[in-house]
Design a protein around this ligand. Structure first.
Ligand code: NAI
Length: 252
């Protein structure tokens, strides 16, 4: 018996680094998983790579209300229930000071990182089974400022507010809602940030970030997946409305 035996889990941003690692772990633990992502191509690639019959995918833009409703309809049609919701899709925007930050990129980051979580809580969570679990991916940038990442930092702080309110509002169904706060994770998003900050020498940015992590290395996507598993499982059944940091001591 796996720790998520016969549970149905939705993972948004499911074709990306953290989402895919979590999908694999949840499947290993007996869950049926729907990965949702804006990129059909990435979803197809992830499905081929994971190659498990209990995995399916749905192309979804989390920033749109109707797309969240589509995700619910798809999951209920295929699996008849939703036990676990990992609201994990997110984008980094760009690295520029507030005074130079392009308005269209700011809007885009708000749409995906903030509205995406809001609509997930509005449209997906009410359809979940009693006793379900919701995890929302924030960041260390939800707990601390990082110069140049204003839009990202703002949204990752704001979704803690959504988490706290949702945790209170869904208690009657005993649905737990928590945030996960990864430190810098060694995957594609971080590669993009490194190149954006220093196109000439992304390796320097990598070293700079690593120097701020007391454990001296980036977090691995699998280490975030392990936190998601704990929060999705019965092991955390009295934990709700909390922030869970996985950062190798970065915020200490
Ligand atoms: P990633 O870039 O590999 O994955 C993000 C996924 O979200 C991508 O597959 C992308 O296609 C998808 N996505 C983007 N916009 C979407 C939309 N509108 N609707 C649906 N899907 C959409 O990056 P990673 O690291 O797996 O990111 C997952 C979460 O972790 C994000 O919320 C990110 O902000 C957060 N995070 C990442 C850190 C890192 O260092 N990589 C550190 C802290 C938090």
């Amino acid at each position: 018996m796996g720790r998520l035996q016969d549970k149905v889990a939705i993972i948004t941003g499911g074709a990306g680094g953290i989402g895919k690692a979590t999908a694999k772990l949840f499947l290993d633990q007996g869950a049926m998983v729907v990965i949702a992502d804006i990129s059909k191509e990435a979803l197809e690639k992830a499905s081929l790579e994971i190659d498990q019959e209990n995995l399916s995918y749905c192309v979804v833009d989390v920033s749109k209300p109707k797309e969240n409703q589509k995700l619910v309809a798809y999951t209920l049609e295929v699996h008849n229930k939703i036990d676990i919701f990992f609201a994990n899709a997110g984008i980094e925007g760009t690295s520029k000071p507030i005074v130079e930050y392009p308005d269209d990129i700011f809007d885009n980051v708000i749409d995906v990182n903030l509205k995406g979580v809001w609509y997930g809580c509005k449209y997906v969570v009410p359809k979940m089974t009693v006793g379900g679990s919701v995890m929302i991916t924030s960041s260390v940038a939800g707990l601390k400022g990082f110069a140049g990442l204003g839009a990202y930092v703002a949204t990752k702080h704001a979704i803690i507010g959504i988490m706290r309110v949702a945790a209170l509002e869904f208690t009657s169904n005993k649905i737990r809602v928590n945030t996960i706060h990864p430190g810098p994770v060694n995957n594609e998003m971080m590669r993009r940030i490194e190149k954006d900050i220093s196109p000439e020498n992304p390796g320097e940015v990598l070293k700079g970030f690593e120097a701020t992590i007391p454990f001296g290395r980036y977090v691995d996507s699998n280490e975030i997946a392990q936190m998601a598993l704990f929060l999705a499982s019965e092991d955390s059944k009295m934990i709700t409305g909390c922030m869970h940091i996985v950062d190798g001591g970065m915020l200490t």
